[in-house]
Design a protein. Structure first.
Length: 80
């Protein structure tokens, strides 16, 4: 569309050329807005997933730590 505008302009069809340029700019703007919202949402989802993974990992480490402590207590009682 935008590439056609200079041709129309050179043919003296200024009004048509202007309409094409405006349409092309509006389409570009909509695409950029849609893309940027999608990108922002994706980044937020990735960050949330990373935070959840870290939290879940911390919970697993904590649980494992407690399991090790309990196991050591049991083993020390058996050893006595």
């Amino acid at each position: 569309m935008e590439n056609l505008a200079p041709t129309l302009r050179s043919l003296g069809k200024y009004t048509e050329a202007e309409k094409l340029v405006i349409q092309a700019k509006e389409i570009k703007l909509r695409v950029i807005e849609a893309t940027s919202h999608h990108a922002i949402a994706t980044m937020a989802n990735v960050q949330e997933a990373q935070e959840t993974s870290i939290i879940n990992f911390d919970k697993k480490v904590y649980s494992l730590s407690n399991l090790v402590k309990k196991t050591l207590k049991i083993m020390s009682k058996i050893a006595q």
